[in-house]
Design a protein around this ligand. Structure first.
Ligand SMILES: C[C@H](O)[C@H](O)[C@H]1CNC2=NC(N)=NC(=O)C2=N1
Length: 97
């Protein structure tokens, strides 16, 4: 069982994830990425999907053509957990790659 981050832990996590916005209502983090076209967007989603499946931790996301809107929160913890921070860092690594 994974625990929800404390306020202090959350603050540290958000400092390490400058490209992500905090959604207080959901206790979640969000990021929107715009790609050149759908193929690039879907290729990114495929990479994330494989990482998410291996981690058994999955994003909530929408894709419209070249735009992907991602929300990370941990349903089992009722809010943001270390798993979300780890997945966000993995997503950032793909985008910075
Ligand atoms: C049964 C399965 O391991 C759980 O439902 C996993 C799957 N992926 C998950 N993803 C997210 N974001 N939160 C969860 O609590 C979660 N739980």
């Amino acid at each position: 069982m994974v625990d929800q981050l404390s306020e202090a832990e959350r603050a540290d996590a958000l400092d390490s994830l400058p490209d992500w916005d905090y959604n207080e209502g959901r206790d979640a983090i969000t990021r929107t990425v715009v790609f050149t076209d759908f193929a690039e967007a879907f290729g990114f989603m495929t990479q994330v999907a494989l990482i998410a499946e291996r981690a058994d931790h999955h994003p909530e996301w929408t894709n419209v053509w070249n735009r992907v809107e991602i929300t990370l929160t941990t349903h089992d913890a009722g809010g943001l957990s270390e798993r979300d921070v780890e997945l966000a860092a993995a997503i950032d690594a793909i985008l910075d790659g």
